[in-house]
Ligand binder design. Sequence first.
Ligand code: NAP
Length: 230
Amino acid sequence: MNSILITGSNRGIGLELARQYAQQGWRVHACCRHPEQATELQTFADNTDNIQIHELDITSPEQINLLVDSLNGEAIDILFNNAGIYGQNNASFGNTDIDKWLHTFHVNTIAPLKLTEALVNNVASSELKTIATMSSKMGSMADNGSGGSYVYRSSKAALNAAFVSAAIDLKSRGIKIAILHPGWVKTDMGGPNAEIDTHTCVQQLMKTLDSLSLETSGSFFEIDGSIIPW
Ligand code: NAP
């Protein structure tokens, strides 16, 4: 049985990732900050025996250590760094908030790499040896035609830089990394006017991960699997 560990799996894209991988018979480690409040995830987990819920705020080194201990060396085929925040609405020129910017870097950029460092041996001992990290096309400089959004854009651009390095550094261990744009998705973050629902999004992301190889590791994938320029 393959296994996946997903951060931010109580709502949005993360919840749908947990649902679809579990429905395909995968063992799912569904991480979220407040399991007791994750009612939708709890209900789904109660009706399937292959979902295990873990408490995890990705910015907490203590909680990361507890998670590593509780996994007890179990192989993780896909580590899916999904959790993320927009950080600051109206982060326009002249209006950026330093504390919000630093917190956004912590959640969107630093925490996914620290979690990856903590779980790399679990991934290395698996069959698929895959790490997926949820970025955004808003982190692409080539795609930036509208400016603004300093906080979110820069946190995702830096995430991309970190995971390109990780893809290079971990290739010799057979680990492949996908940096993903999920499309514009109807979630709390994407809003009701977004282009696709979470079901469609996750189906596409699964296809992209299915075709990931060491040769394409470290690429920035559009939702249709094409490559996004940096
Ligand atoms: P969402 O509905 O707002 O969900 C965000 C998830 O991240 C929630 O589960 C949230 O948990 C979790 N989270 C936030 N801070 C966390 C922390 N410190 N530790 C652990 N979990 C934390 O957003 P979404 O649309 O599903 O987004 C998922 C990913 O896709 C994000 O990385 C986002 O940047 C990216 N993305 C989304 C879109 C889009 O159109 N929706 C587009 C491009 C990229 P709580 O419930 O506890 O807050």
